[in-house]
Design a protein around this ligand. Structure first.
Ligand code: SF4
Length: 283
């Protein structure tokens, strides 16, 4: 079984509940959204990605791609104009890369983050083989996070498999649910899906919401979304994280988003990959 892979890298988790935890990242290709409004005024959509896409074929490696300060900062992991950068890889090949990336002296428990794009859009059955292979190779996988936008139902087989790992192997499973608000450019109607998130929570897990916001209006939208989830009986931690794929935009939003989180009673999540690594691909 193969998965279309944008990036595999080893770094520190930069966001949410496991911030600072050394982690293997598997970034799959494909997303059901385009999130073109991040960092743009109401009614406007970022054109940075389109500019880069004019020369898409001149790029042969993710690490050479320009960063964007507005719109989705992982644009090349779903925009078809960049699909040549994302090969289909066999499960064995992927786990070989994991092992090659892990520092020799890292004997501890491992954290695997499956991200995207939207990683639950496809490949769900392949994750069963992938995770099983990490156990076959005794990689000491102890934590597993899916970074999802919370709109994709879970395949029944994957759900049962994850449940068996959580209960039988003490695997700590997390859905980091970055549900999209209108500041992303997506509509609440398309993005807020309580019945789907409820399904994730039937597996023993440590899931949380992470809303990417900039303004007071966005903070209010986060509260509206949380209320919709609460009405469906969902009560998990909520993080607010600043919009900002580049340092200047991140720094502009950081303080006020921290203040909104403090005042509303939500948690604040930094994006440490921005100040630490400038949010470069592979970090
Ligand atoms: S859901 Fe995430 S990966 Fe998909 S377009 Fe929006 S920000 Fe990008």
């Amino acid at each position: 079984m193969k998965i279309k892979i944008s990036e595999i890298f080893y770094s520190l988790q930069g966001e949410g509940q496991y911030v600072g935890v050394p982690s293997l990242f598997l970034r799959t290709f494909g997303c059901n959204f385009t999130c073109g409004r991040f960092g743009m005024p109401l009614g406007q959509i970022s054109t940075e990605r389109d500019e880069i896409a004019k020369d898409a074929l001149k790029y042969a490696d993710y690490r050479d791609l320009p960063l964007v300060s507005t719109g989705c900062d992982s644009y090349a992991s779903w925009d078809p104009r960049f699909k040549h950068l994302s090969p289909f890889m066999e499960i064995d090949e992927i786990v070989d890369r994991f092992q090659a990336l892990l520092p020799e002296r890292n004997f501890g428990n491992k954290h695997l983050i499956i991200t995207g794009g939207e990683p639950l859009l496809g490949w769900q059955k392949a994750y069963i083989d992938l995770i099983t292979e990490t156990y076959n190779r005794e990689m000491k996988l102890r934590y597993l996070t899916f970074e999802t936008n919370g709109t994709q139902p879970l395949d029944e087989k994957l759900k049962n498999y994850l449940r068996s790992l959580a209960e039988g192997f003490n695997l700590e499973i997390t859905f980091s649910i970055s549900a999209k608000l209108p500041c992303s450019g997506e509509s609440m109607e398309d993005a807020i899906k309580p019945e789907i998130v409820k399904e994730y929570l039937t597996i023993p897990n440590k899931s949380y919401f992470k809303f990417v916001i900039a303004s007071e209006r966005d903070a209010l939208d986060a509260q509206i979304a949380v209320r919709k989830y609460q009405e469906a009986g969902i009560d998990i931690p909520v993080y607010l994280m600043p919009v900002g794929g580049t340092n200047s935009i991140y720094e502009m939003n950081e303080r006020q988003v921290a203040d909104y989180a403090r005042d509303i009673g939500y948690r604040f999540s930094p994006r440490i990959q921005v100040p630490l690594y400038k949010n470069e691909w592979g970090t």
